[in-house]
Ligand binder design. Structure first.
Ligand code: NAD
Length: 338
């Protein structure tokens, strides 16, 4: 009946954008507006108030003020890494859903605290990871079984930035990690969607710039992951200052190979016969669009929420484990040298 249909039309969620004047925040503004009501924005940056005026929503310098003055259902959070945890804790304490940039959290302890706060408040905390909404990665995920038992992967992700890192990413207290946490979070999440958590990870942290070495913010990381239960082994390399910008995932299995390269997914038989090629002509923003729309539609979906949180917990645990192991090795070395 038409009346029943009308009853089922859900109101558009009211969104507060936190960190909207930054690079990522600005990219999301039009996408959020397509799917929700933009009811306010928080950002202390000098350019924030004129940007809010242009978009037609009230601007606040601090989250506390917005929480007092504006009614909203969900916050989209795009702030530097050091601010993720305090901002999310405050939002959950006020009973708001959170859709946030990566990383879900920096340490396993903070990740566990967020999961428990989200469960207590019956709210969602969704991390924005666009590869999960990119058709090439979706093809890889859906066709993994066709390559038999995976025994090797290699995953490369490199940028070709010509200058040393600047801004908050160059400050240890705000970045809280180098390329592994920043770019690597995406890759670790992709792998967490395909394979179990790796029980053994060996890492090499490399620095192109002395100031990054001094601040213990790696410019390049190389990881070797071992999964003793299945015999799978895999390697990742992530960097900011390579000679070219590339992203390439290759998975070898007993019956074939899967590749995602420059957004194109291919499936090969052992020996190299091309079985299927999945290309996508869409723009990068289309994956972002479906990601934001999907999360906004699933805010009250407890099953989806639970799965999402468990996967983010695994990604954070993996990265935190690698950083803690590096710290342990540094401390051991320092003790030996003392
Ligand atoms: N998914 C991706 O591909 C991708 C790409 C770039 C950045 N990111 C992520 O987005 C987040 C932001 O990165 P960015 O490059 O946009 O940084 P940015 O510096 O460009 O923007 C951050 C914004 O947050 C504001 N801010 C700082 N503290 C705040 C607080 N407590 N409350 C409200 N606003 C605050 C700053 O004024 C700034 O406008 C990071 O988590 C980063 O990892 C993701």
């Amino acid at each position: 009946m038409p009346g029943d249909r009308l009853k089922n039309v859900r109101p558009r969620p009211r969104v507060l954008v936190v960190g909207f004047a930054g690079h990522q925040g600005k990219e999301y503004l039009p996408v959020v507006q397509e799917n929700a009501e933009l009811v306010g924005g928080v950002d202390p940056a000098p350019a924030a108030s004129s940007l809010a005026e242009k978009w037609g929503f009230p601007h606040y310098d601090a989250l506390g003020e917005a929480l007092e003055k504006v009614e909203f259902d969900v916050a989209v959070v795009t702030v530097p890494h050091s601010d993720h945890f305090p901002v999310c804790v405050k939002l959950l304490a006020h009973g708001r859903h959170v859709i946030k940039e990566k990383p879900f959290a920096v340490t396993e302890q903070e990740a566990r605290q967020l999961v428990s706060l989200a469960q207590r408040a019956d709210r969602s905390v969704f991390t924005l990871l666009q590869r999960n909404f990119h058709p090439a990665f979706q093809f890889a995920q859906e066709n993994l079984a066709r390559i038999g038992q995976p025994y090797w992967f290699s995953y490369d992700y490199h940028l070709n930035l010509a200058h040393p890192t600047t801004g908050w990413r160059a400050l240890r207290e705000q970045a809280m990690g180098g390329v592994l946490l920043d770019m690597g979070y995406h890759l670790i999440d992709v792998l967490c969607g395909m394979f179990p958590e790796p029980p053994r990870v060996h890492s090499a942290f490399v620095h192109q710039y002395q100031e990054m070495r001094d601040r213990r913010l790696e410019d390049l990381v190389s990881l070797m992951c071992g999964y003793s239960s299945t015999g799978l082994t895999g390697s990742l390399r992530i960097s900011r200052h390579s000679h070219e910008k590339i992203e390439h995932l290759c998975v070898l299995g007993t019956e074939g190979a899967l590749n995602v390269d420059a957004g194109v997914a291919t499936l090969h038989a052992v020996g190299g016969l091309l079985l299927e090629r999945h290309t996508w002509e869409g723009a990068k923003i289309d994956a972002v669009r479906s990601m934001i729309a999907h999360h906004l539609e699933h805010l009250d979906d407890r099953y989806y929420r639970q799965n999402h949180l468990q996967r983010q917990l695994a990604a954070v645990r993996t990265i935190d484990g690698i950083y803690r192991e590096r710290l342990r090795e540094r401390n051991e070395l320092a003790d030996r040298c003392a």
